[in-house]
Ligand binder design. Structure first.
Ligand code: ZN
Length: 415
């Protein structure tokens, strides 16, 4: 590799390694839930890495961190070109989800600075807050709050499993929620947002390609199902006398799978809370979360309707009450065609030919796409696995991605 390539490689390895050292879970993988000590350490890491490249970091009103190149006010011709992703992870997640986009943004800006490139428009590397929703059940919290898609009063009152509210957790992390809310002034300054992300499936691996441009994001949502029966003795209660919510849950899980399979969608029940969660008791209540995604909004509606009617039928059969509430719903997103075409041609000029790929994962880019011209780059994930320690990307592919992001920033902000 050339001298420049060696520099990029060294910068990337050091930067990525610094973040990967934070939040390693003794049980495997990485756990950096929003506003925890691990998340706070990752945010401090971001400020230090940005500072080391001469970028000043400012929070916005939604708890996201913005690293500016150059400082705001120094290059105001045209709108801001923003790149970035998120620092938080799911419980025992992978090293690349979110991290790769933030690291690539910092490294790409550092590379342009090292090459003596001058920005004509302000560039920002953004670290969005609480993208995964792993603690408070509000995925893409920071980007949606910024964009005005969340009601601050409602989401700041949501609690984690220990009863701590978002507002309390943000305050404890020094991210003052007093004025937390949308930031239309900042949003209005953005000319473009580009998120680089590790692919969360096998699309690129199957095509033998390192990098893709996203075409669209599937509509998706999260629903909470609460089934209530009656706690009772596991030995002395006759089967006929039981009102066992676990039977309702079993039917619900199978119904979700059947509906998804029939509709060409995906549905997952990945979290269950059982009360009293005792091995020799019929439970009194079971709560479960349905995550569902489909190519079309209509299909997603059909899936949830099918799930709900199967749940109600099973509840009736087992003497239960069932309540299904939507916790979040994100419509499908088509990324900006003009911006994506511009990215394609500037990357093609460097010899890279990104393929086009839709995604069933949610991203901060999807939350901004309604207000700002937005595009996404995906980097190949050989295992196709994500939200798991086995999520992966080769160093060469990561460098190809970081180099592509540098090309994109140069095209959008430095010409
Ligand atoms: Zn992510």
């Amino acid at each position: 590799m050339s001298g420049n390539g060696d520099r990029l490689r060294g910068e990337f390895e050091a930067c990525f390694g610094g973040l990967a050292a934070i939040g390693q879970d003794p049980a495997g993988g990485w756990t950096r839930l929003a506003w925890t000590d691990e998340d706070r350490a990752a945010r401090a890491w971001f400020e230090a890495e940005a500072g080391a490249r001469g970028l000043g970091v400012e929070p916005d009103r939604a708890g996201n961190l913005w690293a500016w190149w150059p400082a705001p006010g120094e290059a105001e011709e045209g709108g801001v070109v923003a790149v970035g992703s998120h620092l938080d992870t799911v419980r025992r997640g992978g090293a690349y989800d979110g991290a790769l986009g933030v690291v690539s943004g910092l490294v790409a800006v550092g590379e342009l600075i090292a090459r003596g490139v001058e920005p004509r428009r302000p560039v920002a590397v953004v670290a969005f807050a609480d993208e995964e929703g792993g603690r408070f059940g509000t995925p893409t919290f920071g980007s949606r709050l910024l964009a005005g898609a969340l009601d601050p009063a409602e989401v700041l009152g949501r609690t984690d499993q220990d009863g701590v509210t978002v507002a309390e957790a943000m305050a404890a992390a020094g991210a003052g929620p007093d004025e937390a809310g949308p930031d239309p002034a900042l949003l209005g300054r953005l000319a473009a947002f580009v998120e680089l992300h590790v692919e969360q499936g096998r699309g690129l691996a199957d095509m033998g390609q390192p990098v893709a441009l996203a075409t669209a994001m599937w509509p998706h949502g999260r629903w909470r199902l609460t089934l209530t029966g009656e706690a009772n003795h596991a030995g002395t209660t006759r089967l006929a006398d039981r009102r066992d919510p676990m039977l309702g849950l079993a039917a619900a899980v199978l119904a979700a799978r059947a509906a998804a399979s029939e509709l060409g969608a995906v549905a997952t029940v990945g979290r269950v809370v059982v009360d009293p969660n005792s091995a020799n008791s019929v439970p009194s209540q079971v709560s479960a979360w349905l995550d569902a995604r489909a190519e079309q909004d209509q299909t997603l509606d059909w899936l949830v309707t099918a799930f709900q009617s199967a749940v109600e039928e099973a509840a009736g059969r087992n003497g239960l009450t069932a309540e299904l509430t939507a916790e979040s719903r994100s419509p499908g997103v088509a990324f900006d065609e003009d911006l994506t075409a511009r990215l394609y041609s500037c990357l093609r000029a460097t010899g890279l030919e990104p393929v086009a790929l839709p995604t069933a994962a949610g991203h901060d880019a999807g939350a901004l796409a309604g207000s700002v011209p937005t595009a996404m780059l995906f980097v190949r994930n050989p295992t196709g696995t994500s939200h798991s320690p086995s999520e992966s990307a080769t160093l060469d592919d990561c460098l190809t991605g970081a180099q592509a992001l540098a090309t994109v920033i140069e095209e959008l902000a430095c010409r």
